[in-house]
Design a protein around this ligand. Structure first.
Ligand SMILES: [Zn+2]
Length: 197
């Protein structure tokens, strides 16, 4: 911006030096004043530029301060969000851990329940099997007792005979052989029932 003025000033100075000896005093004064005016204009222009630059610098400094504060608040916010994220992550980890422990506990209880149900089913089956057997055993014992009661010992003189197996006087065809007691039937029933009674 100032280059043409400087070139002009230099040229005018050179011209003035060339013509110095021949020019009158008033003309030389006018030339010097003109040179001073140019310098003064140049300084004024520079002052204006400097003022403009100062203004621009102040504006930029303001903006920089603004951006710096925004940056600081952004950093603070980012840190706050990072802490929040950490908290949430920790909570998620805790929650997952509790869920896993709860799941393990449920699995353990389910296993216990399944085992208890299996045992219950087994006991019911045993009871269902055992009841008829016990009833049948009771019935058999009763029947055997009745049969054994028929094959009771009876004394005939010096001999003990079986009441059911030996003939009785007046009963159908007479028998010639008295069967001693215990007879084979009584023996068999006693042998069968002795271990349990
Ligand atoms: Zn008998």
């Amino acid at each position: 911006m100032t280059a043409p003025e400087q070139a002009d000033l230099r040229q005018r100075l050179l011209d003035a030096l060339d013509a110095d000896a021949m020019r009158p005093r008033a003309e030389r004064r006018g030339l010097v004043n003109a040179m001073l005016d140019v310098v003064s204009d140049d300084l004024t222009a520079r002052d204006v530029d400097t003022a403009r630059l100062r203004e621009a610098h102040a504006t930029m400094a303001l903006q920089a301060g603004h951006y710096e504060r925004r940056w600081e608040s952004t950093v603070v916010e980012a840190q706050r969000q990072a802490r929040r994220a950490d908290e949430l992550e920790q909570r998620a980890v805790d929650s997952a851990w509790n869920t896993m422990r709860l799941g393990e506990e449920i699995t353990r209880l389910r296993k216990k329940l399944a085992a208890a149900e299996t045992e219950n089913t087994r006991l019911h089956a045993l009871l269902a099997e055992g009841l008829p057997i016990a009833e049948a055993a009771q019935e058999a014992s009763t029947v055997l007792g009745t049969v054994l009661a028929l094959h009771r010992p009876v004394q005939r003189g010096a001999m003990t005979i079986c009441d059911a197996c030996s003939p009785r006087r007046g009963d159908g065809p007479s028998r010639y052989v008295l069967v001693g007691w215990p007879c084979p039937t009584a023996d068999a029933i006693n042998a069968a029932t002795l271990p349990t009674t």
